[in-house]
Design a binder for this molecule. Sequence first.
Ligand code: PEP
Ligand code: MG
Length: 842
Amino acid sequence: MQQAIEINDFTVISAQATMAADTHGGRAKCLQRLIRLDMPVPRTVALPFKTVRAIANGMGPDLGAILAEFAQDALFSVRPSSQDSDWGGPSAVLNIGMNDARFTGLSDEIGTDAAALMYLRFVQSYAVNVARLDPDEFTQPIERPREALDDALRAYFAETDEVFPQDPKQQLGEVLRSMARAWEGTTAHLLRQAKGAPADAGLGLVVQEMKLGVGRGNCGSGVIMGINQTTGERMICGRFLGQSQGRDAMDADRAIYLTRDARGPSLEERHPELYAQLLAHMETSRGKLREEMEHEFTIQDGELFILDGIRVTRSARAAVNVAVALAQDKIIAREDALLRIPPNMLSELLHRQVAAGTDRNVVAKGLAASPGAAMGQITFSANEAQALAAQGEKCILVRRETAPEDIRGMNVAAGVLTERGGMTSHAAVIGRGLGLPSIVGAAGLSISARDKTLTTQDGLVLKAGDKITIDGTTGEVLVGEVTLVEPSLDGAFQTLLGWADEVRDIGVRANADTPADAQTARNFAAEGIGLCRTEHMFFDGDRLTVMREMIFADTSEDRRAALERLLPMQRDDFGQLFEIMAGLPVCIRLFDPPLHEILPSDRDGMRDLAEAMNLPLSDVIARVDQMSEFNPMLGLRGVRLGITLPEIYDMQAQAIFEATAAAHKRGHAVTPEIMLPLVSAKREVELLKIRIDAVASAVMVSSGQTFDYKLGVMVETPRAALRAGDIAQHSAFLSFGTNDLTQMTYGLSRDDAGRFMSTYVQQQVFAEDPFQYFDEEGVGELVQIGADRGRATAKDVVLSICGEHGGSAPAMAFARAQGFDYVSCSPFRVPVARLIAAQLAL
Ligand code: PEP
Ligand code: MG
């Protein structure tokens, strides 16, 4: 009995009816609000999600009871009403109730042609959407409506062996059933889940009495919205078409503009009184629904009806502009404006994007490692990329994976595509740092640098010079060139982020390695540099060679000679960072080069090095062999290098302090932060602290300047987290490096995990790739232990996260809940992180 009531549940929409978006869908709820605002909405019945679900399962509702709510010979439309209009839904069906008898009656009222067109529209949409007949059979030309109708009715009979259904009750029942089932189809599920709908998202349906839009007097239909969907600028957009129904006006050549327009006739000129009514309704809906709405309207014999309202679909740029304008007009609070923008949407504004509506010829997919779209010729080496750039050609650097030598190519390429690697691979980290659109781990591709070919999973072979587009926002590789939309950081973007800064309560710094990164970080209002990976300062041409000479040196003297050449470069680097950051904190991490990222990996690289060092190639090969490690990520890295070859960190400390002294001399107070990587024991910190203090004292004496500095530790080994209590005794700050901490907590190589991660995620071993999504359960527990133990011995120790997770919402929520001071993320992520932080605080 209970079930019968639920199945038959429907609601005549009225000001008093009980209904909500999460039971009846957004369209139904909006119609109720329009009715409450006294807008002229035709009589409408709403079927809630549970009724529609029952219909899909072959049950209810009582169609007679629904029809009894309407006038005797009314016609109906049925439209979808999902909770969020972005989740889509089946197409609307109009003119339900049309049959031979009604056609005859209407022919007298509005003329045969108009009645025939209405009947034809219904037969065509019923045949295709409900009876699922071949659409090609139902494209009758409408020049002679009466004949077209007869043809369509004949085609229906020929395809089904049945005459077109005449009973309105049967028609309505079949339309409802087919729409309910369409929502349950696999494709519909996938499409809406891609837009963020939950797996069990429901569909409501609204059955509305038709206002015909055709017939005697002034009749027609149109669509109106109050903004430009691309820019968000306030202006009346839309079209009107006389003697039409539904959304016909949107794609008919004969449709006219709504507002007076130099390009052609407008509703404003032809029917000023109707236009004025429409404008008044638009103002009301913006003010009272607190949103930019799109309304379908119909004019029936001079009378205006508003058929529905949905949020205007809009670009990221328009979304920001609208939210800010609504708040500035005091229609919504600033807090609402901040909450209305999904933070990731901001990254669409920071980079070029593939234009909406582009026909995407996708040939491969990888990890969306660094957002933005780029097009160019395929090139397989950094040298070629440089040569192309010198000719002003755009290129996409395609590599199996990238190595330090590729930096030169990455600097000039429009984008990067790799076959291997995960979200923290070299290509991904550098790509994000440079703001360079990047796709990594496109495992379906096979790259042959020798043959200069790129073969897709489907066997398509692309050659050097062929044009491709990479979409680093989605991870898709497209063949050929497409239209891209330029980034836009207009006033509304800055205003919104200014409001975010007023409410957020966790700091946002940037991971910046070079002056260019630092400048980007400043432009995006980062509160300092949270991680400067100093080894990245040497990934460039000549410097890489000097760095390699230093690492290669056999004797202390040779090493010192190389270090002496590195010292001025570093001093200059740090000087520039201090200058750009103008007094904001700069946290410099001492060298942490996993040796395989520094040593040449191929014969060409070894030959270059042999030349530079004036050594026989065989010596270089032997030395690389001797230095190569089985597991470089767990080898002679970070602080271990600093302990075993102390001259290196001495040189860096000297460069930092000399740059600090020089800044002081110019009257700019700088307190550098020096961070030790890959620490696992307190003694490592003690040993290095003694040396670094000594270097500081020496520079103070030689420069005649006094200055402070802070020494801190990067907590990125599990042992450092467990022993954070000891370590914090000597540390002004602890910064959690969640890349290595994830790698070591899972015992999962960050460079190799990409090969099997998708299987692991598919089989739900891991809910998500932990290098992409912060693992709060496991890695998070270690972070928490580290933070608690660190604070227990040093209550004011500054805490932060600087791994790639740092700017993600889950890691930020976690860091904030633990009372951390700041997160640090790639410069282009800074605006997104500022908004996430604000939303967390609201
Ligand atoms: C980390 O390990 O989280 C980190 C930030 O350092 P890197 O990625 O340079 O190893
Ligand atoms: Mg690390």
